[in-house]
Design a protein around this ligand. Structure first.
Ligand SMILES: [Zn+2]
Length: 113
């Protein structure tokens, strides 16, 4: 048995509910939902921060740059191994430029945040 946070009556919670807070009455369920949403907003207040999104964006860009560096290193090793007449620096410049332009176009909403 649990006590409803909103009407203080005893109720038997459904076994699926981990932390039962409210009885099955509609007004209590509406209050529970509103309380959950209010608590979620308080816990996730940082999601409204411009700094948070800037930090996350920089983390994504750093991750992409690391992947890009690995791809370019692999390509340069492959070109050297095959003896291909590729100017790796020029190729890498084009690749990096194209890679970021494509990524930026595909993630326009993310970048505009
Ligand atoms: Zn209740």
């Amino acid at each position: 048995m649990c006590t409803c946070e909103f009407c203080n009556t005893e109720f038997t919670p459904r076994p699926q509910v981990k932390n039962p807070r409210a009885c099955n009455n509609n007004p209590c369920q509406r209050l529970r939902q509103a309380a959950n949403e209010r608590e979620w907003r308080q816990l996730n207040d940082h999601l409204n921060s411009k700094e948070y999104h800037q930090i996350r964006r920089n983390q994504r860009i750093d991750k992409i740059k690391k992947i890009n560096a690995v791809v370019i290193k692999s390509l340069s090793i492959g070109a050297e191994f095959l003896g291909l007449p590729i100017d790796v620096k020029v190729f890498c410049g084009h690749f990096e430029h194209h890679f970021f332009r494509t990524w930026a176009e595909e993630n326009k909403q993310v970048l505009d945040c």
